[in-house]
Design a protein around this ligand. Sequence first.
Ligand code: ZN
Length: 131
Amino acid sequence: MKTLTVKSRKATEFIDITREVEGAVAESGVREGVVTVYTPHTTTAILINENDPRLLSDYEKILEKLVPKGAGYAHDPGEGNAHAHLRSALIGPAKSVPVSAGRPVLGTWQRIFFVELDGPRTRRVMVQAIQ
Ligand code: ZN
């Protein structure tokens, strides 16, 4: 298993980690199998979708619309980050991708994103390829 360190710079940020995941799979030596990309935090997520800046701003808007910040959540007194936990639960902490010929099998427009939902912070992403 390979651990990536990701530094976010904003409160909400979509960071394309496709190259790092491809590198970890190549390093693992797995040719045919599956790779799991997992973030061990409660206010981050892993997303697979298109890396288009306009679309990324649409994601940010829809997250704000679905789970507005400070909408009277029980978890908010103290940390004030309930929205980040709830948004993380919507997207999920992990994704699995098939591996073939030593590479994650992604569609033409698919990229793997680490999603920061309570940044800026230094975070971890685990990448594990198995045969
Ligand atoms: Zn919290």
